[in-house]
Design a protein around this ligand. Structure first.
Ligand SMILES: Nc1nc2c(c(=O)[nH]1)N[C@H]1C(S)=C(S)[C@@H](COP(=O)(O)O)O[C@H]1N2
Ligand SMILES: [Mo]
Length: 258
């Protein structure tokens, strides 16, 4: 007997199929749609049965992980994000975080240390003075927030690649994870970490980072959405195990490339 559409307890099959299609990267999405976009196809794709809302969630999570996996492999490490002239810089720049501006953490300049962990040969912590002595570059790029706004700004700092080489990081490892002073965190794939525009940012608009924009150190990645640009970074680790992140654990797509 044919199953009635939407007959699985607690879930709307059409919605599930639509959500799954939205998560699928192209050309997988086009194939999925062309082949009838059915629950059966989702079960085949993910290897998970769909019988209730918990298993439907599981299917969507699997598809989202598949999307991250595909996006990471499509990432072109030599493609540069667009850069802009000084005249395009937005002032005042926009603040965003999961807390209000006045609650941005006050990191003490003198006792600050960037702590290293994981697959790193030289794990000595770095003071701000030592970080400032490294070679620096300036970029004028666009920060794009998933909440629907973007702004062009000017950031100066050490290319993350230069720093990773300096500390003897294992550049064949899978991920670099960043921990922030107030508990925020994020992680990126190694190809993005080594991208020429991925920066350990020490200055914003020519001045040391203001508190709200991540003093004393943030990561600026113009090939990623804003939430993957952690501010107030106090820990860096190089790892092979998937390390997640603050918003990543709340369902934002881990790769979130641009
Ligand atoms: N430590 C920390 N870093 C963070 C966040 C945060 O809440 N805490 N928010 C992220 C988000 S969602 C965005 S859009 C950018 C905003 O950066 P801005 O304040 O420089 O515009 O910071 C990211 N980095
Ligand atoms: Mo954001």
């Amino acid at each position: 007997m044919r199953k009635r559409r939407g007959a699985i307890s607690g879930i709307d099959v059409r919605l599930l199929v639509r959500d799954a299609a939205g998560l699928l990267p192209d050309p997988a999405r086009r194939l999925f749609l062309r082949n009838g976009a059915s629950v059966g196809a989702l079960v085949l794709l993910t290897g998970c049965g769909v019988s209730d809302s918990a298993s439907a969630e599981r299917v969507l999570r699997k598809i989202s992980e598949f999307n991250d996996w595909v996006q990471a492999r499509l990432f072109d490490p030599s493609r540069l994000a667009e850069t802009y002239p000084e005249s395009a810089i937005v002032r005042p720049f926009r603040f965003n975080a999961y807390y209000d501006e006045e609650d941005a953490p006050d990191v003490d300049e003198d006792s600050y240390r960037l702590v290293l962990d994981g697959l790193v040969e030289n794990q000595r912590p770095w003071s701000l003075e030592q970080l400032n002595a490294l070679p620096q570059e300036t970029q004028i790029t666009r920060l794009i927030c998933v909440e629907g706004w973007s702004a062009i700004g000017k950031w100066t700092g050490v290319p993350l690649r230069v720093f990773l080489e300096r500390i003897g990081a294992d550049l064949r490892a899978n991920y670099v994870h960043f921990a922030c002073a107030e508990g925020y965190s994020s992680s990126i794939d190694m190809a993005t970490a080594l991208h020429p525009q991925t920066q350990m940012t020490l200055k914003f608009d020519g001045q040391p980072l203001p508190t709200k924009f991540g003093f004393p150190l943030r990561i600026r990645i113009p090939t990623k959405l804003g939430f993957k640009n952690p501010k107030h970074v106090v820990g860096l680790s190089v790892v092979n195990q998937y390390p997640g992140g603050y918003w990543e654990e709340q369902g934002y797509n881990w790769f979130s490339g641009l």
